[in-house]
Design a protein around this ligand. Structure first.
Ligand code: AR6
Length: 179
């Protein structure tokens, strides 16, 4: 499924973030940037040690922020490491931090003149963010960014299972209805 915004588009796909051929893929990282499970583990496994070496030099990243490294052995030339919030009750700044993780990742993509970026559903795994709420925030933030930044042609959101895909498709339809 996709939504067009000017000459750009948001695309939803079912798949594995590590296999994407976009200019960058986004990692659902943690404050240390030193790796972990889920998306983070899969990216470091597939991308090789060069990514971790650059992350060590960077030395960490705050929640709601992002950093960029090489893509190592991945098809994508770059990895953007975004740190989402750990979900508590939804009233402890999580929505703002999640939106900011997407926004800062897209800003890095613009700064590095990247045209296509693939995101996983940040914070919806180990960090416990309810998928429906996270999907609305993610897609709203991406759509608002693309309206102002036509230099980014494609943002692909890569969902790891049919349930996550359906929830994101619902949220994207709602956003299209509201546009
Ligand atoms: N491709 C796409 N999506 C995936 C993949 C994959 N290969 N693997 C898992 N997902 P998570 P978080 C989905 O836990 O919640 C790490 O240990 C998964 O189903 O990767 O932001 C870090 O080091 C879920 O919907 O990220 C941090 O400590 C979504 O990706 C912490 O986990 C995100 O799940 C970050 O937690």
């Amino acid at each position: 499924m996709e939504m067009r915004i000017g000459g750009s588009r948001i695309e939803l796909v079912l798949g594995d973030i590590t296999q994407q051929d976009t200019d960058a893929i986004v990692n659902a990282a943690n404050l240390s940037l030193l790796g972990g499970g889920g998306v983070d583990g899969a990216i470091h496994r597939a991308g090789g040690p060069q990514i971790l070496a650059e992350c060590r030099r960077i030395g960490g990243c705050a929640a709601g922020d992002a950093r960029i490294t090489t893509g190592g052995l991945l098809k994508a030339r770059h990895v953007i490491h975004a740190v989402g919030p750990i979900y508590r009750d939804g009233r402890s700044g999580e929505p703002e931090l999640l939106a900011s993780a997407y926004q800062r990742s897209l800003e890095l993509a613009s700064r590095f003149k990247l045209r296509s970026v693939a995101f996983p559903a940040i914070s919806t795994g180990a960090y416990g963010y309810p998928v429906r709420e996270a999907a609305e925030i993610a897609l709203r933030t991406i759509a608002a960014y693309l309206r102002e930044h036509p230099e980014i042609e494609l943002v692909r959101v890569v969902l790891f299972g049919p349930r996550a895909y359906e929830i994101h498709a619902d949220a994207l339809r709602k956003l299209q209805g509201a546009a």
